[in-house]
Write a protein that binds this ligand. Structure first.
Ligand SMILES: [Zn+2]
Length: 340
Protein backbone atom coordinates (compact mmCIF):
# COMPACT_ATOMS: atom_id res chain seq x y z
CA UNK A 1 0.00 0.00 0.00
CA UNK A 2 1.28 3.48 -0.83
CA UNK A 3 1.63 6.04 1.93
CA UNK A 4 -1.77 7.76 2.39
CA UNK A 5 0.02 11.13 2.25
CA UNK A 6 1.02 10.29 -1.34
CA UNK A 7 -2.66 9.95 -2.20
CA UNK A 8 -4.02 13.08 -0.51
CA UNK A 9 -2.19 15.93 1.17
CA UNK A 10 -2.96 19.54 1.99
CA UNK A 11 -1.46 22.28 -0.15
CA UNK A 12 -2.13 26.02 -0.20
CA UNK A 13 -5.46 25.51 -2.01
CA UNK A 14 -6.84 22.65 0.08
CA UNK A 15 -6.64 18.87 -0.06
CA UNK A 16 -4.76 17.77 -3.19
CA UNK A 17 -4.52 14.41 -4.96
CA UNK A 18 -1.34 14.44 -7.08
CA UNK A 19 -2.12 11.07 -8.75
CA UNK A 20 -5.51 12.38 -9.92
CA UNK A 21 -4.58 16.04 -10.41
CA UNK A 22 -7.55 17.37 -8.41
CA UNK A 23 -8.40 19.17 -5.19
CA UNK A 24 -11.26 18.35 -2.83
CA UNK A 25 -13.23 21.40 -1.56
CA UNK A 26 -10.45 23.84 -2.53
CA UNK A 27 -10.57 27.25 -0.90
CA UNK A 28 -9.14 28.99 -3.98
CA UNK A 29 -9.86 28.56 -7.70
CA UNK A 30 -8.10 25.44 -9.09
CA UNK A 31 -8.04 23.53 -12.36
CA UNK A 32 -10.08 20.55 -11.18
CA UNK A 33 -12.23 20.43 -8.04
CA UNK A 34 -14.28 17.69 -6.41
CA UNK A 35 -16.87 19.24 -4.08
CA UNK A 36 -18.49 17.49 -1.10
CA UNK A 37 -21.43 19.89 -0.59
CA UNK A 38 -22.83 23.32 -1.29
CA UNK A 39 -21.90 25.28 1.86
CA UNK A 40 -19.92 28.36 0.90
CA UNK A 41 -16.72 27.35 2.69
CA UNK A 42 -16.55 24.06 0.72
CA UNK A 43 -18.10 25.06 -2.62
CA UNK A 44 -16.52 28.12 -4.18
CA UNK A 45 -16.85 29.54 -7.65
CA UNK A 46 -14.15 29.97 -10.29
CA UNK A 47 -12.78 26.44 -10.71
CA UNK A 48 -11.84 25.11 -14.16
CA UNK A 49 -13.80 21.86 -13.76
CA UNK A 50 -16.12 20.74 -10.98
CA UNK A 51 -17.25 17.21 -10.15
CA UNK A 52 -20.06 17.03 -7.56
CA UNK A 53 -23.50 15.50 -7.08
CA UNK A 54 -26.22 16.95 -9.33
CA UNK A 55 -27.85 18.54 -6.26
CA UNK A 56 -24.61 20.24 -5.21
CA UNK A 57 -24.09 21.52 -8.77
CA UNK A 58 -27.65 22.93 -8.72
CA UNK A 59 -27.02 24.59 -5.35
CA UNK A 60 -23.80 26.16 -6.67
CA UNK A 61 -25.66 27.47 -9.73
CA UNK A 62 -28.29 29.07 -7.46
CA UNK A 63 -25.65 30.70 -5.30
CA UNK A 64 -23.05 31.76 -7.88
CA UNK A 65 -24.87 31.77 -11.23
CA UNK A 66 -24.85 29.19 -14.02
CA UNK A 67 -21.26 30.01 -15.01
CA UNK A 68 -19.74 29.21 -11.59
CA UNK A 69 -17.15 26.87 -13.19
CA UNK A 70 -15.57 26.23 -16.61
CA UNK A 71 -17.15 22.78 -16.90
CA UNK A 72 -19.24 20.63 -14.57
CA UNK A 73 -19.87 16.92 -14.24
CA UNK A 74 -22.49 15.28 -12.05
CA UNK A 75 -21.32 12.39 -9.87
CA UNK A 76 -23.81 9.55 -9.39
CA UNK A 77 -23.74 8.21 -5.83
CA UNK A 78 -21.91 4.89 -5.63
CA UNK A 79 -20.45 5.01 -9.17
CA UNK A 80 -16.69 4.51 -9.38
CA UNK A 81 -14.94 6.97 -11.72
CA UNK A 82 -11.36 6.89 -12.91
CA UNK A 83 -9.47 10.19 -12.67
CA UNK A 84 -5.78 9.97 -13.64
CA UNK A 85 -4.30 7.11 -11.62
CA UNK A 86 -7.00 6.96 -8.95
CA UNK A 87 -10.62 5.87 -8.58
CA UNK A 88 -13.15 8.14 -6.90
CA UNK A 89 -16.72 7.59 -5.73
CA UNK A 90 -19.32 9.71 -3.95
CA UNK A 91 -21.43 8.48 -0.99
CA UNK A 92 -24.17 10.25 1.02
CA UNK A 93 -22.97 12.28 4.03
CA UNK A 94 -26.33 13.15 5.65
CA UNK A 95 -25.33 16.80 6.08
CA UNK A 96 -27.50 18.79 3.62
CA UNK A 97 -29.21 18.09 0.28
CA UNK A 98 -26.65 16.64 -2.14
CA UNK A 99 -23.89 16.32 0.46
CA UNK A 100 -21.42 13.52 -0.21
CA UNK A 101 -18.36 11.85 1.18
CA UNK A 102 -15.69 11.34 -1.45
CA UNK A 103 -13.71 8.09 -1.50
CA UNK A 104 -10.33 8.26 -3.25
CA UNK A 105 -8.55 5.00 -4.00
CA UNK A 106 -5.12 4.37 -5.45
CA UNK A 107 -2.02 2.26 -4.85
CA UNK A 108 -4.00 -0.09 -2.62
CA UNK A 109 -5.13 2.67 -0.26
CA UNK A 110 -8.61 4.11 0.16
CA UNK A 111 -9.18 7.46 1.85
CA UNK A 112 -12.68 8.73 2.60
CA UNK A 113 -13.11 12.50 2.81
CA UNK A 114 -16.33 12.97 4.73
CA UNK A 115 -16.65 16.72 4.22
CA UNK A 116 -19.28 17.65 6.80
CA UNK A 117 -21.59 14.89 8.00
CA UNK A 118 -24.16 13.86 10.58
CA UNK A 119 -25.77 10.59 11.65
CA UNK A 120 -29.24 11.77 12.70
CA UNK A 121 -32.32 11.35 10.56
CA UNK A 122 -32.85 14.39 8.35
CA UNK A 123 -35.92 14.34 6.10
CA UNK A 124 -34.23 16.73 3.64
CA UNK A 125 -31.27 14.55 2.61
CA UNK A 126 -30.02 10.97 2.27
CA UNK A 127 -28.55 9.34 5.39
CA UNK A 128 -24.78 8.99 5.94
CA UNK A 129 -23.41 5.79 4.44
CA UNK A 130 -20.46 4.17 6.25
CA UNK A 131 -17.71 3.44 3.70
CA UNK A 132 -14.88 1.11 4.79
CA UNK A 133 -11.49 2.80 4.36
CA UNK A 134 -7.84 2.86 5.33
CA UNK A 135 -7.96 6.54 6.26
CA UNK A 136 -11.08 8.39 7.39
CA UNK A 137 -10.92 12.18 7.22
CA UNK A 138 -13.42 13.56 9.71
CA UNK A 139 -14.58 17.04 10.59
CA UNK A 140 -14.59 17.97 14.28
CA UNK A 141 -16.90 20.99 14.48
CA UNK A 142 -18.40 19.69 17.73
CA UNK A 143 -15.40 17.57 18.69
CA UNK A 144 -15.51 17.98 22.45
CA UNK A 145 -17.22 15.66 24.96
CA UNK A 146 -19.38 18.56 26.20
CA UNK A 147 -21.20 18.65 22.86
CA UNK A 148 -24.20 16.36 23.03
CA UNK A 149 -27.04 17.46 20.79
CA UNK A 150 -30.56 16.81 22.12
CA UNK A 151 -33.27 15.18 20.00
CA UNK A 152 -34.31 17.65 17.29
CA UNK A 153 -37.95 16.64 17.76
CA UNK A 154 -37.80 18.04 21.30
CA UNK A 155 -36.35 21.31 19.98
CA UNK A 156 -39.13 21.63 17.39
CA UNK A 157 -41.64 20.94 20.19
CA UNK A 158 -40.14 23.88 22.13
CA UNK A 159 -40.83 26.16 19.18
CA UNK A 160 -44.42 24.90 18.90
CA UNK A 161 -44.95 25.38 22.65
CA UNK A 162 -43.70 28.96 22.40
CA UNK A 163 -46.01 29.65 19.44
CA UNK A 164 -48.96 28.46 21.49
CA UNK A 165 -47.87 30.48 24.54
CA UNK A 166 -47.29 33.73 22.61
CA UNK A 167 -49.85 33.80 19.80
CA UNK A 168 -49.41 37.56 19.33
CA UNK A 169 -45.65 37.44 18.78
CA UNK A 170 -43.78 36.70 15.54
CA UNK A 171 -41.27 33.88 16.01
CA UNK A 172 -38.12 34.77 14.07
CA UNK A 173 -36.08 31.61 13.52
CA UNK A 174 -32.48 32.19 12.45
CA UNK A 175 -31.29 29.24 10.36
CA UNK A 176 -28.56 28.88 7.73
CA UNK A 177 -29.97 29.36 4.24
CA UNK A 178 -28.76 26.00 2.91
CA UNK A 179 -29.91 22.93 4.80
CA UNK A 180 -30.83 24.14 8.26
CA UNK A 181 -33.68 26.39 7.12
CA UNK A 182 -35.30 23.66 5.02
CA UNK A 183 -34.78 21.05 7.75
CA UNK A 184 -36.46 23.25 10.38
CA UNK A 185 -39.39 23.90 8.02
CA UNK A 186 -39.70 20.19 7.14
CA UNK A 187 -39.53 19.12 10.81
CA UNK A 188 -42.26 21.65 11.66
CA UNK A 189 -44.42 20.09 8.93
CA UNK A 190 -43.73 16.59 10.30
CA UNK A 191 -44.84 17.85 13.71
CA UNK A 192 -48.18 18.86 12.20
CA UNK A 193 -47.63 22.60 11.76
CA UNK A 194 -49.43 23.50 8.53
CA UNK A 195 -49.71 27.31 8.71
CA UNK A 196 -47.93 29.45 6.13
CA UNK A 197 -44.25 29.84 7.06
CA UNK A 198 -42.70 33.16 6.05
CA UNK A 199 -39.19 33.14 4.62
CA UNK A 200 -36.55 35.83 4.13
CA UNK A 201 -35.63 36.60 0.50
CA UNK A 202 -32.22 34.95 0.94
CA UNK A 203 -33.98 31.58 1.36
CA UNK A 204 -36.40 31.75 -1.54
CA UNK A 205 -34.36 30.18 -4.33
CA UNK A 206 -32.87 27.46 -2.15
CA UNK A 207 -36.31 26.51 -0.76
CA UNK A 208 -37.59 26.40 -4.35
CA UNK A 209 -34.68 24.13 -5.28
CA UNK A 210 -35.48 21.74 -2.40
CA UNK A 211 -39.11 21.67 -3.58
CA UNK A 212 -37.95 20.93 -7.13
CA UNK A 213 -35.89 18.03 -5.73
CA UNK A 214 -39.05 16.58 -4.19
CA UNK A 215 -38.64 17.83 -0.62
CA UNK A 216 -42.04 19.37 0.05
CA UNK A 217 -41.98 22.28 2.49
CA UNK A 218 -45.69 23.18 2.67
CA UNK A 219 -47.08 26.70 2.27
CA UNK A 220 -44.30 29.32 2.19
CA UNK A 221 -44.60 33.06 1.59
CA UNK A 222 -42.10 35.91 1.45
CA UNK A 223 -41.54 37.61 4.81
CA UNK A 224 -41.70 40.99 3.17
CA UNK A 225 -42.79 44.05 5.07
CA UNK A 226 -43.63 46.60 2.41
CA UNK A 227 -43.51 50.32 3.01
CA UNK A 228 -44.45 50.17 6.64
CA UNK A 229 -48.14 50.40 5.94
CA UNK A 230 -50.30 50.43 9.06
CA UNK A 231 -51.43 47.03 10.22
CA UNK A 232 -49.07 45.21 7.88
CA UNK A 233 -46.73 44.04 10.60
CA UNK A 234 -49.68 42.63 12.53
CA UNK A 235 -50.08 40.02 9.80
CA UNK A 236 -47.00 38.30 11.22
CA UNK A 237 -48.39 38.03 14.76
CA UNK A 238 -48.05 34.43 15.86
CA UNK A 239 -46.31 33.46 12.62
CA UNK A 240 -43.07 31.57 12.05
CA UNK A 241 -40.55 33.64 10.09
CA UNK A 242 -37.35 31.90 8.95
CA UNK A 243 -34.29 33.86 7.85
CA UNK A 244 -30.51 33.62 7.72
CA UNK A 245 -28.80 34.47 11.02
CA UNK A 246 -27.25 37.61 9.51
CA UNK A 247 -30.70 39.10 8.83
CA UNK A 248 -31.60 39.12 12.50
CA UNK A 249 -29.05 41.75 13.38
CA UNK A 250 -30.43 44.34 10.96
CA UNK A 251 -33.50 46.54 10.63
CA UNK A 252 -35.42 43.82 8.83
CA UNK A 253 -35.95 41.92 12.11
CA UNK A 254 -37.04 44.90 14.17
CA UNK A 255 -40.10 45.50 12.01
CA UNK A 256 -41.90 42.40 13.23
CA UNK A 257 -44.36 42.69 16.11
CA UNK A 258 -42.76 41.98 19.50
CA UNK A 259 -40.60 39.21 17.97
CA UNK A 260 -39.36 36.08 19.75
CA UNK A 261 -35.77 35.73 18.48
CA UNK A 262 -34.95 32.04 17.99
CA UNK A 263 -31.88 30.44 16.45
CA UNK A 264 -31.45 26.86 15.22
CA UNK A 265 -27.80 25.86 15.61
CA UNK A 266 -25.60 23.32 17.34
CA UNK A 267 -23.88 26.29 19.00
CA UNK A 268 -27.07 27.02 20.94
CA UNK A 269 -25.77 24.36 23.36
CA UNK A 270 -23.64 27.18 24.72
CA UNK A 271 -25.86 29.46 26.73
CA UNK A 272 -23.38 32.32 26.50
CA UNK A 273 -23.56 32.29 22.69
CA UNK A 274 -27.35 32.47 22.76
CA UNK A 275 -27.19 35.37 25.19
CA UNK A 276 -24.61 37.27 23.12
CA UNK A 277 -26.82 36.99 20.04
CA UNK A 278 -29.92 38.09 21.94
CA UNK A 279 -31.58 34.73 21.31
CA UNK A 280 -34.64 34.21 23.50
CA UNK A 281 -35.44 30.74 22.19
CA UNK A 282 -32.29 28.69 21.46
CA UNK A 283 -32.97 25.58 19.37
CA UNK A 284 -30.13 23.05 19.46
CA UNK A 285 -30.44 21.63 15.95
CA UNK A 286 -27.17 20.79 14.23
CA UNK A 287 -26.20 19.49 10.81
CA UNK A 288 -22.97 18.10 12.28
CA UNK A 289 -22.22 15.10 14.49
CA UNK A 290 -21.99 15.66 18.21
CA UNK A 291 -19.16 14.07 20.21
CA UNK A 292 -20.88 10.71 20.66
CA UNK A 293 -21.69 10.49 16.95
CA UNK A 294 -18.15 11.38 15.90
CA UNK A 295 -16.62 8.73 18.15
CA UNK A 296 -19.30 6.13 17.29
CA UNK A 297 -18.66 6.70 13.58
CA UNK A 298 -14.92 6.21 13.96
CA UNK A 299 -15.49 3.09 16.08
CA UNK A 300 -17.92 1.73 13.47
CA UNK A 301 -15.60 2.36 10.50
CA UNK A 302 -12.52 1.23 12.43
CA UNK A 303 -10.14 2.75 9.85
CA UNK A 304 -6.38 2.22 9.97
CA UNK A 305 -5.93 5.92 10.50
CA UNK A 306 -8.01 9.06 11.18
CA UNK A 307 -7.20 12.57 10.02
CA UNK A 308 -9.13 15.26 11.86
CA UNK A 309 -9.93 18.64 10.38
CA UNK A 310 -11.87 21.88 10.81
CA UNK A 311 -12.94 22.09 14.40
CA UNK A 312 -11.66 20.80 17.74
CA UNK A 313 -9.01 18.48 16.32
CA UNK A 314 -7.01 17.82 19.48
CA UNK A 315 -9.70 16.17 21.63
CA UNK A 316 -10.74 13.78 18.87
CA UNK A 317 -7.12 12.94 18.03
CA UNK A 318 -6.58 12.12 21.69
CA UNK A 319 -9.73 10.00 21.86
CA UNK A 320 -8.47 8.02 18.84
CA UNK A 321 -5.08 7.51 20.47
CA UNK A 322 -6.72 6.24 23.67
CA UNK A 323 -8.82 3.89 21.54
CA UNK A 324 -5.76 2.52 19.77
CA UNK A 325 -6.46 4.23 16.44
CA UNK A 326 -3.69 6.19 14.76
CA UNK A 327 -4.81 9.80 14.29
CA UNK A 328 -3.47 13.22 13.50
CA UNK A 329 -4.83 16.70 12.92
CA UNK A 330 -4.99 17.80 9.31
CA UNK A 331 -4.40 21.50 9.26
CA UNK A 332 -6.64 22.87 6.55
CA UNK A 333 -7.45 26.56 6.56
CA UNK A 334 -10.46 28.43 5.29
CA UNK A 335 -13.37 26.38 6.61
CA UNK A 336 -15.81 28.23 8.86
CA UNK A 337 -18.81 25.91 9.34
CA UNK A 338 -21.39 27.94 7.46
CA UNK A 339 -24.01 25.36 8.29
CA UNK A 340 -23.66 24.50 11.94
ZN1 LIG B 1 -21.30 22.17 5.67
Amino acid sequence: MIRPEALLAPDENGLYCPLGGFHIDPVRPVERALITHGHADHARSGHGAVLATAETLAIMAVRYGEDFAGTTQAATLGDVMRIGDVSVSFHPAGHVLGSAQIAVEGGGCRIVVSGDYKRRRDPTCLPFEPVPCDVFITEATFGLPVFRHPDDGDEIAKLLTSLAAFPERAHLVGAYALGKAQRVIKRLREAGYDETIYIHGALERLCALYEAEGITLGPLAPATLGNGRRGEAAAFAGAVVVGPPSAFADRWARRFPDPVPAFASGWMMIRQRAKQRGVELPLVISDHCDWDELTATIAELSPGEVWVTHGREEALVRWCALSGIRARPLHLVGYEDEGD
